[in-house]
Design a protein around this ligand. Structure first.
Ligand code: SF4
Ligand code: SF4
Length: 345
């Protein structure tokens, strides 16, 4: 298990240029430098020098992060910010009563057995076809499954007994549990596999396991386009899209919507801005989460769309909260496509 000291070189790479401020959703709301990576790195440098101690206050600032990765994508020093924050958080919370209780809830005994209640199909093949896909369903899709995925033509879906991808454990600083999930999932995957995901957060976490020998990944949107599926909706609908922070590439969107009869797409302003939910973040920082989600909702509502589609179950929850009572539906891509008739393959 690594220690914070092992990240000293990465932390020292921060030039304090402040470019991360321009993209950080939390900084944009709070204006607080401790909310963004630059300020957090100042604190972590102080800890490494022995001038500061990991404390409740510093942990509070570590919690002021959506793990959206926007600062890393923008950082001229290419610092893997979220990895460092997870390490610092781990070193603080592992010794607290709350941390110990949270780690117990995330253990195999509690969370693992809870998930088993929903995993009905494991090591099982479905459909049958030319394209052999290992389907990483993800925790939320295990609990709330959608059968659309089984309708994909010429694809053989193989489900295995995967663990959670581990992203909730990283958010909590539960690095032992994350490493266990990573090890288990990697043991079930081979470099020649094509891994299908329909959750942007699972996809990005799984990809982050690998330095080399990575399997190939394909997400639901990319697969639908690859299989040239065409859809017809009963009535004309206006749709917009929320791009989840963890979805790095949404090139599938326009070709997919072009294959949907009776669908008008309207791009919303700042469609890739964070929805503000991010699981634990919303629980720990409800006011800031709400402010971020209000801005998001305003931009979505300006499109006058009937439906907002997204590809991350956490964003579905966040958007549903933000748009409660409004005349717009929030749907996962799988749910949206399952509303249509498949007209050709
Ligand atoms: S963009 Fe990167 S180098 Fe610049 S202040 Fe932020 S973390 Fe540091
Ligand atoms: S990961 Fe996102 S929320 Fe966290 S510091 Fe970076 S930009 Fe801000």
């Amino acid at each position: 298990m690594k220690k914070l000291e092992d990240f000293a070189d990465d932390i020292s790479k921060c030039s304090k240029c402040g470019l991360c401020q321009s993209v950080c959703p939390v900084y944009k709301i709070t204006g607080n430098d401790c909310a963004v990576s630059r300020g957090k790195f100042v604190m972590l440098s102080g800890i490494l020098k022995g001038d500061l101690k990991l404390s409740k206050t510093i942990n509070k600032y570590l919690d002021l992060c959506l793990r959206c990765g926007k600062c890393s994508d923008f950082c001229p020093s290419s610092i893997d910010v979220c990895k460092i924050f997870a390490q610092a958080k781990h070193e603080y919370v592992k010794n607290t009563l709350f941390g110990k209780f949270q780690f117990f809830l995330q253990s195999e005994l509690v969370f693992g057995n809870f998930l088993k209640l929903f995993k009905r199909k494991q090591d099982k093949k479905q459909n049958g076809g030319k394209l052999r896909l290992v389907y990483f369903k993800g925790c939320v899709n295990n609990i709330f499954p959608n059968n659309f995925i089984k309708k994909i033509p010429d694809a053989e879906l193989i489900e295995k007994d995967f663990d959670c991808c581990g992203i909730p454990f990283l958010s909590s600083g539960n690095l032992q549990r994350y490493e266990l999930a990573k090890k288990r999932n990697m043991e079930l995957l081979n470099p020649e596999d094509i891994v299908l995901t329909d959750c942007a957060s699972c996809e990005s976490t799984l990809k982050s396991y690998y330095d080399d020998n990575s399997p190939n990944f394909i997400n639901l949107g990319e697969l639908v386009v690859k299989q040239n599926m065409k859809f017809r909706f009963k009535k004309t609908l206006k749709v917009t899209f929320h791009k989840p922070c963890h979805l790095k590439n949404d090139d599938f969107l326009i070709p997919l919507l072009n294959n949907c009869e009776n669908i008008d797409y309207v791009k919303s302003e700042n469609y890739d801005d964070c929805c503000g939910f991010a699981g634990e973040f919303a629980l720990k920082n409800p006011r800031i989460s709400k402010e971020i989600s209000i801005k998001k909702a305003e931009n979505i509502l300006k499109t006058n769309a009937d439906i907002v589609i997204t590809t991350c179950p956490a964003c579905v929850i966040g958007l549903k909260c933000a748009l409660r009572g409004k005349n717009i539906k929030v749907m996962s891509l799988a749910r949206f496509l399952s509303e249509a008739v498949i007209v050709s393959e």
